[in-house]
Design a protein around this ligand. Structure first.
Ligand code: ADE
Length: 235
């Protein structure tokens, strides 16, 4: 692939990756949007890293900012693939551990409860397509596979858990399905690379566990991103 674009929510999640590749910021590329572009030309591939950007002095996490960043990235950069890379929660009852890296094999929302007929329910859950090569990448590179479920909160309410369990969700994040929604509109393939900062069923306080493991998990996802870039650049 000649043009790869990562969409990442938090600067801390992207920093080891930015440092590794020496991608440099293209100032005001997306102005007046908050998202930020970092770019570098590799031997065979243009590597773009788009961050959601900031508001009120903190990184913009969540679906709205991820949708804006993904749409701007697709329209301005015309990537061959969008890779949503970052951190996530997971479940020790599924065998997940802190620092594990997963490739997403499916993606949906877990906090959109819309009463009505099947059509509303289908739309609410999302269930967007993911890159057809995702399973092969995970198998070839030795990553775990998991279903990404997305909601707008870091914590998990019982109604979220119910939807996650009913739909066999494994990875809990705040952006994946929004990124996939936009990619589906433009028929751009989307791949998820997620590392685990916290276990939703550990009994620990989520924000504390997330914060404690953020640097380590961001390093793990950076290492995984590099392997996937090499893999895709060859293809
Ligand atoms: N990102 C990292 N951990 C998360 C969690 N538990 N829920 C949502 N997004 C996350």
């Amino acid at each position: 692939m000649k043009n790869i674009c990562f969409v990442v929510a938090m600067q801390a999640e992207a920093q080891p990756f930015i440092d590794r590749y020496g991608v440099t910021e293209v100032p005001d590329f997306f102005a007046p949007l908050p998202c930020k572009l970092y770019q570098v030309q590799l031997v065979h591939t243009t590597l773009n890293v788009v961050l959601n950007g900031q508001q009120h002095g903190s990184d913009l996490v969540g679906c709205e900012a991820a949708s804006v960043a993904t749409m701007a990235a697709i329209q301005r950069l015309h990537p061959d693939i969008i890779i949503n890379s970052g951190t996530c929660g997971a479940f020790k009852s599924n065998g997940a551990a802190i620092g594990d890296v997963f490739i997403g094999n499916a993606v949906m929302f877990h906090d959109r409860r819309v009463p009505g007929d099947d059509a509303w329910g289908t739309q609410a859950l999302g269930n967007y397509p993911v890159y057809a090569g995702a399973v092969k990448i995970a198998n070839d590179l030795g990553f775990k596979l998991g279903k990404v479920t997305t909601g707008s909160s870091l914590d998990m309410q019982p109604c979220d858990l119910q939807i996650i369990q009913e739909n066999h969700g494994e990875l809990k994040d705040m952006e994946g399905a929004a990124v996939a929604f936009v990619c589906s509109l433009f028929s751009v393939p989307v791949l998820f690379i997620k590392s685990v900062t916290d276990l939703c069923d550990s009994g620990a306080e989520t924000f504390e566990e997330f914060s404690r493991n953020l640097a380590m998990a961001s390093q793990a996802v950076s290492d995984a991103n590099a392997k996937v870039i090499d893999y895709l650049a060859e293809g």
